[in-house]
Design a binder for this molecule. Structure first.
Ligand code: ADP
Ligand code: MG
Length: 377
């Protein structure tokens, strides 16, 4: 009965998510630093509205954006993860999930995904908390035996590199056109079996080392390439039924526009590749949302790589990161426009604060099941 109740609870969570839409975009504004004099954020509403203006301009530059969720500067990592947790849990039920961190360099992408450890205070990122959850869930499900593997690659100048390779990321990888949920899009990338969060964190350290290895300036490279950590989950129950799914945790390259008159050569090439792949990602999200018959996955390596985890039953969450300082006003507007375009896709889904009776009903059922299970959240 216990396992049956857990199963039903999970099933209802998944229905609830599908009703809300499989594409979600959250906006996160990082705190302003002491040396950043002026903020361009005027107002953050509880209803998901955001007002920005350029404090350095005398004329009125006020613009208003609307999102499902906006996380202001005081939001903690735990609060962010709470909104992400149900997606992570659905990976264990066989859904493919992609979580992206989007935004200009310095806006907080790596902070959200990997956290930070400054001095004595350690802030866990989504990666860490998600892995803890995955391993915990896999250990309590006695009815299913899970095997978990990871791959880690970076996409730099439209080339995919294996960050877990023995020879230090110099292997260039081909993306295969895999079919089916369990197909691998980069079969030649190193695949490492893992038993715990610590195993994955160690591999991520190796990945970061390999990334630095192939670049003279590590900081430069990490902001100019996309890093994709993929957690492959394979579950088997006693009757031999299998579940295959994957969770992609993606720290995107900085979205800042580079002034073409100021850069040439390699930097111009990098900028062009980044612009192209980020706009392709935007095009894919929009095409999915509009339920177009053609989804332009093949226009960039990133969308090709994630093809089977974008669309269909797969769930996607994008964190659009914003720096509040006035110097970033132009980039902030461009990030907010990108996020708005991607989030407008949830047109079919009911807004969070006006839930349909169907959602209310499902929530009640979940609450009752939770009480029965005495699950604390
Ligand atoms: P990005 O990866 O987008 O280039 P980072 O995540 O490296 O940006 O963030 C830039 C700086 O801002 C880092 O020092 C980081 O610790 C800090 N930071 C970012 N977001 C937050 C936040 N929400 N709270 C506190 N500090 C933050
Ligand atoms: Mg970063």
């Amino acid at each position: 009965r216990y396992h049956q109740a857990i199963k039903e609870n999970r099933h209802l969570y998944n229905i609830l998510q599908e009703l809300r839409g499989n594409i979600r975009v959250f906006c996160r504004i990082r705190p302003i630093f002491k040396f950043e004099a002026k903020s361009c954020i005027e107002y953050i509403g509880n209803d998901g509205s955001l007002m920005v203006s350029d404090p350095c301009k005398s004329q009125n530059t006020r613009k208003i954006f609307q999102f499902n969720r906006i996380f202001g500067p005081a939001t903690t990592q735990g609060e962010i993860y709470k909104e992400t947790q149900s997606l992570i849990r659905s990976v264990m039920d066989g859904y493919n999930v992609c979580i992206f961190a989007y935004g200009q360099t310095g806006a907080g992408k790596t902070y959200t995904m990997c956290g930070s450890s400054s001095g004595s205070c350690e802030e866990l990122g989504i990666n860490h908390m998600a892995l803890n959850d995955l391993f915990q869930l896999s250990s309590i499900r006695e009815d299913i035996k899970y095997d978990i593997h990871v791959q880690m690659v970076e996409i730099y100048n439209e080339q995919v590199r294996d960050l877990l390779a023995e020879d230090g990321a110099n292997t260039k990888l081909e993306i295969m056109n895999c079919s089916g949920n369990g197909g691998l899009s980069i079969p030649n990338a190193s695949m490492r079996g893992v038993q715990s969060t610590a195993d994955v964190l160690n591999l991520m350290k190796l990945g970061e080392k390999n990334r630095a290895f192939s670049s003279t300036a590590m900081n430069h490279r990490s902001s100019r390439s996309h890093s994709v950590l993929t957690v492959h989950v394979h579950g088997k129950d006693i009757s031999g039924n299998t579940i295959r799914s994957c969770l992609h945790l993606v720290d995107l390259a900085g979205s800042e526009r580079v002034d073409k008159s100021e850069v040439t050569g390699d930097q111009l090439k990098e900028a062009q590749h980044i612009n192209k792949s980020l706009s392709c990602l935007g095009d894919v999200i929009t095409a999915l949302a509009q339920k177009n018959s053609h989804i332009p996955y093949r226009n960039s390596k990133l969308t090709q790589l994630l093809q089977h985890s974008l669309g269909g039953n797969a769930k996607m969450l994008m964190f659009a990161h914003v720096s509040p300082e006035s110097d970033s006003y132009g980039e902030t507007i461009s990030t907010l426009k990108f996020a708005q375009r991607a989030s407008s896709v949830e047109l079919g889904a009911p807004p969070q604060n006006k839930e349909s009776s169907e959602i209310r009903n499902l929530k009640e059922q979940i609450d009752n099941l939770k009480k029965a299970l005495m699950i604390k959240e």
